[in-house]
Ligand binder design. Structure first.
Ligand code: ADP
Ligand code: MG
Length: 696
């Protein structure tokens, strides 16, 4: 392994490189843009572009690309060479400020949700100087925003940047009320823990479902799953370890603070966690991390699966979005400090989050909705689809004392003594953790645990920032008018907690009782994307996003349409894949096995004509029955897919895919899995669950 501090960030045009290479005044001007959001002069951009290019060429780059995040969910890039012809038939390498600031990809081939007709193709990408440029595969990648010719945004970065601005503005207002005159900006910070599966590439190549859909559509349960809890934090196998080491090295070179790695609960499942950064950079880095995870896997003869539910019967993968708010001087506003009861500023921010989560359950649910994530949230694993908050005993007690106008005695940290002299004593945290909560306070940050493993975290963070900023704006309006700020703030916190305490739940979120209790409390339970999405464009939400300049109504409607359409398209691909596998591989394999068995049965009968039946005959009967059932299910799924074409409305179409197509697929699978369990594994056309999960 190379010297880590030496290689860290070597592929990044980061602050140190800028400081070293840019003229002083250029560096200063750029820094102002990065830290204070000041707009950038073209002359400055020219100097930066030149320096970036020189640096990139030294690193072996020949191209540049505006690296952006369209609504497809994956990053996009179009590579342009630095070459520019000269009169003598040669080329020089050039790159101007104009080229750095703006690119013009064809926008018509990206999802726009009806904003753009295909003949109106122009789109723009605009450089985001707050996220460093980097080199990937011989190209200088410039993180950028993406919008249409008419100015509507078409990406996931722009709304996130907007929401960070809004958050900063409203949080600073609150700080000013409390006499803070020095904080210039407030940033939201994010650490995204990423789960993933690793399987052998040769095995992967034999599964059409994994290739086309990223998840298995068939597969009988293996004898062993995750019931022994022996994979979580288990020792890492050499092949996986070699992968993780190279991945870390690649991530570090790209300036990504990869910190933690371990085996997860399901067999073949792992996790990577970076050290947190600003929401914007954390989002870019998570996108890049996912890409590098896949790329490095290839080199090791492995495939990295980022789908939320690649395998039935074992845990799926998610992404924990750790989120906090901090000032430009580095103070974390969600840190309760030693005595939270007296920490009014903290309580105001805490109350804002509580109210935001309660008032906007719909948006938080929508923020994490995807066809893949429906398999987790709507099912019996991971957090449930119901949004609630975990605050822990300590903070809950603080809030209780506020509601009841009681004093609160701050718990001092107790010492843990293991009764083994050789083990040093240590202080215990003041509250325990709750692994089942979708939105948990974890000491000095909130952990939003509902995100799917493949999702762009930009959406969830845009929504999180916007809804909290909206409440802070309301709080600021009220507190700015108050004569006695402390008294008014305490009253505000008390009232907010009383009004919104239904959202706080410290118990087991997986239990049946909670589903009933949540319904009693009037909390939403939106199990799937088609259930949740219609709420996106409600009057309240159009107003909310409009008020803070995050999305115009047109943008919001386009987003909703893209998400619904994408859902239907994905399920359609899954259905077609299932049909292809069923008709072309599974059916012929079972028929061949039946023939083999029947021939054996006949042979036995020819030896002993008295014999009425044989195990082979019994199995032939069983499999024939299953096969006839299977062909009926194939017909049903075929019909369901055709039926979808008749429904034009996008929301109705998505609902149809969920209710008719997905359920027909599930029924087909049940029969296939039953046949697999009764078949010769030699004749089954695909690697089994056991082979996929326990092979690396
Ligand atoms: P866990 O037990 O869930 O793994 P950790 O304490 O190890 O929790 O942290 C998980 C993630 O939270 C890490 O990515 C870490 O960098 C991030 N994190 C810690 N502090 C903050 C913060 N103030 N803002 C955002 N993320 C944070
Ligand atoms: Mg976590």
């Amino acid at each position: 392994m190379s010297n880590v501090p030496e290689i860290f960030g070597c592929n990044v045009f980061n602050d140190a490189t800028m400081k070293e290479r840019l003229p002083k005044d250029t560096y200063k001007a750029l820094k102002k843009t990065i830290e204070e959001g000041k707009s950038l002069d073209i002359n400055v951009a020219n100097v930066v572009a030149h320096s970036m290019k020189e640096w990139a060429i030294e690193q072996g780059a020949t191209h540049y690309t505006h690296w952006f995040q369209p609504m497809t969910g994956v990053t996009a890039e179009k590579h342009d060479g630095f070459i520019s012809p000269t009169d003598d038939g040669k080329v020089i390498m050039s790159f101007s400020g104009k080229e750095l600031i703006k690119g013009e990809p064809d926008a018509s081939s990206f999802p726009s949700g009806g904003i753009r007709a295909t003949f109106e193709a122009r789109g723009y990408t605009a450089w985001d100087p707050t996220s460093y440029a980097f080199i990937k595969d011989g190209s200088l990648c410039i993180p950028t925003a993406f919008c249409s010719y008419t100015g509507e945004i078409l990406d996931k970065k722009t709304p996130l940047l907007r929401s960070m601005e809004v958050m900063s503005k409203q949080a600073v207002r609150i700080l000013r009320v409390f006499g803070d005159t020095t904080t210039k900006r407030v940033k939201t910070t994010v650490g995204a823990e990423q789960e993933y599966f690793l399987i052998d590439k040769e095995v992967y190549k034999q599964r059409k479902d994994l290739i086309y859909c990223g998840r298995t559509l068939f597969g009988a349960r293996p004898p062993k799953g995750q019931e022994l809890d022996d994979h979580y934090f288990g020792s890492i196998k050499p092949r996986v370890s070699a992968y993780m080491k190279e991945l870390d090295e690649e991530l570090w070179k790209h300036g990504i603070l990869s910190k933690t790695k371990h085996n997860e609960v399901a067999p073949a499942q792992h996790e990577l966690a970076p050290i947190f950064d600003t929401s914007n950079i954390a989002t870019d880095h998570n996108q890049l991390t996912m890409e590098l995870m896949k790329r490095v896997a290839e080199k090791h003869g492995l495939v990295c699966l980022l789908h939320e539910k690649p395998f039935a019967g074992v845990n799926g993968s998610g992404k924990h979005n750790n989120w906090a708010i901090s000032t430009n001087t580095g103070k974390n506003l969600l840190d309760p400090s030693k005595n939270p009861r007296e920490n009014t500023v903290f309580l105001v921010f805490l109350a804002a989050v509580i109210r935001a989560v309660d008032e906007h359950q719909d948006l938080l649910r929508i923020a994490v909705a995807s066809a893949g994530n429906d398999h987790r949230l709507g099912a019996n694993e991971a957090p449930p689809a119901i949004i609630s908050m975990y605050l822990g005993d300590d903070l809950t007690e603080v809030l209780r004392s506020i509601i009841n106008d009681e004093d609160y005695e701050s718990k001092s940290r107790t010492v843990m003594d293991t009764n083994v002299d050789a083990i040093p004593n240590f202080t215990k945290d003041t509250s325990d953790r709750n692994r089942t909560s979708p939105f948990a306070f974890t000491g000095n940050k909130f952990e939003f645990r509902m995100l799917g493993s493949s999702e762009n975290i930009g959406c969830a963070n845009t929504i999180l920032n916007t809804i909290v900023a909206d409440v802070l704006a309301d709080f600021a309006d009220e507190l700015e008018k108050a004569e006695d700020v402390k008294a008014a703030a305490e009253e505000l916190v008390k009232k907010t907690v009383i009004d919104h305490k239904r959202i706080i739940f410290n118990g087991d979120n997986y239990s049946e009782e909670w589903v009933a209790e949540a319904a009693k409390r009037g909390l939403l339970n939106l199990r799937t994307l088609p259930d949740a999405m219609p709420l996106y464009c409600s009057k309240e939400n159009i107003e909310l996003f409009g008020k803070h300049g995050i999305y115009s109504e047109v943008e919001l409607r386009s987003r909703s349409e893209i998400l619904l359409e994408n859902y239907s398209k994905l399920i359609n691909i899954e259905a077609l894949t299932a049909l292809d596998m069923a008709k072309k591989d599974i059916l012929p394999a079972v028929a061949a096995y039946i023939r083999e068995l029947a021939e054996t049965a006949n042979l036995i009968k020819s030896i002993d004509s008295e014999l009425v039946t044989s195990p082979e005959t019994e199995l032939v009967k069983k499999l024939s029955n299953l096969l006839s059932c299977f062909t009926k299910k194939i017909d049903a799924l075929d019909k369901a897919v055709v039926g979808a074409k008749e429904i034009e409305d996008v929301a109705a179409n998505a609902l149809y895919y969920k209710d008719s197509v997905l359920s027909a697929m599930n029924e087909l699978r049940v029969v296939a899995d039953e046949m697999e369990s009764n078949m010769s594994s030699k004749l089954w056309p695909y690697p089994s669950y056991g082979t996929m999960l326990f092979n690396v």
